[in-house]
Design a protein around this ligand. Structure first.
Ligand SMILES: NC(=O)c1ccc[n+]([C@@H]2O[C@H](COP(=O)([O-])OP(=O)(O)OC[C@H]3O[C@@H](n4cnc5c(N)ncnc54)[C@H](OP(=O)(O)O)[C@@H]3O)[C@@H](O)[C@H]2O)c1
Length: 287
């Protein structure tokens, strides 16, 4: 079992949601966490939750060309990164034709390109030391597309396939890479924040379960972990993905039965309302 104690963890998306819980679980295991996000208020909360065993760096990950500056700052403040967790992510619910180019670029750059580029910048040193671990926070949407959330699904599918490839390139080194694929998460995070109920048939997990799964993936160098509610729902989910290899349309019908597309359509309205509230002058905002 690989130890987390005494390690330096670079965690993106540390200001709220799952990031805060992942930070707490890893800090409890004895790691020092360097948290990255944009919101200074969220990062203050992150620091106070970890009782000083944390360093916060405000940074906008969509500025991917500036990631070398972030990596330099991390090195300056905390030394070498032992564990990188690419957790930051955004989603925008829309019918595909309603997306703007800016939407596509925002989702893909934060969810996929920033994770790849951070890894590209940090992995060489891990390889030189022959030790380290990378965790990529994917989603069940990486396994089967989520209607009205197609760009997010594409970004997570890309993240999962890229992780799968890099894992094969890392065989024989002391560096591991894991993908975590949670389904809906209760109480905190992006699904809960929309205020739209989660499809009961689809399953939903406690956020602590997801955070602990991240620690376990590092400790046991797990390749991929699907998380959905409990052992039975997880088994059913894996079975569905297996059937989708033979008959994608049959699983489309199951998703329809679960009401996933309908609920996502309600999330379009919820997100548009939230964006109008955040930016009342811009009534036709696409953010
Ligand atoms: N919650 C779920 O149901 C669920 C299910 C499956 C997978 N996931 C995945 O789990 C991860 C965490 O999700 P969550 O539910 O915790 O989401 P969340 O509550 O919306 O938090 C997202 C985090 O990403 C950060 N972030 C977003 N844009 C950023 C940017 N441009 N630069 C830097 N940081 C940025 C946010 O910080 P700032 O806004 O302060 O920048 C925040 O800390 C995501 O990758 C998500 O796709 C979540």
């Amino acid at each position: 079992m690989r130890t987390i104690k005494g390690k330096t963890v670079l965690l993106t998306g540390a200001s709220r949601g799952l990031g805060l819980l992942i930070a707490r679980v890893l800090a409890q295991e004895g790691a020092t966490i360097v948290g990255v996000a944009r919101s200074s208020k969220g990062l203050e909360q992150f620091c106070s939750l970890l009782n000083g065993n944390a360093i916060a760096i405000p940074f906008d990950l969509s500025r991917v060309e500036e990631l070398p500056i972030l990596v330099q700052e991390v090195k300056h403040l905390a030394g070498s990164v032992d564990i990188l967790i690419n957790n930051a992510g955004i989603e925008k619910y829309r019918a595909f034709t309603e997306y703007s180019l800016a939407d596509l670029q925002a989702v893909l750059s934060i969810n996929l390109v920033a994770a790849m580029e951070l890894t590209r910048l940090i992995l060489p040193e891990m390889l030189r030391r022959d030790s380290g671990h990378i965790v990529n926070m994917a989603s069940l949407a990486a396994k089967k597309g989520s209607p009205y959330n197609s760009i997010y699904s594409a970004s997570k599918g890309g993240l999962l396939m890229w992780t799968d490839t890099v894992r094969q390139e890392l065989v024989g080194t002391g560096v591991g890479i894991s993908a975590i694929c949670p389904g809906y998460v209760l109480h905190v995070g992006m699904s809960a924040d929309t205020g739209v109920p989660i499809s009961r048939l689809a399953g939903a997990s406690q956020p602590w379960v997801v955070a602990k799964a991240v620690a376990k993936a590092i400790q046991h160098n797990q390749a991929e972990r699907i998380i959905n509610q409990d052992f039975i729902t997880e088994g059913f989910t894996k079975l569905l993905f297996m059937i989708a290899q033979f008959s994608p349309r049959w699983v489309d019908a199951v998703y329809q039965l679960m009401g996933i597309g309908k609920l996502n359509q309600r999330r379009i309205q919820a997100q548009t309302k939230a964006a109008k509230f955040a930016n009342p002058k811009n009534d036709c905002t696409k953010n």
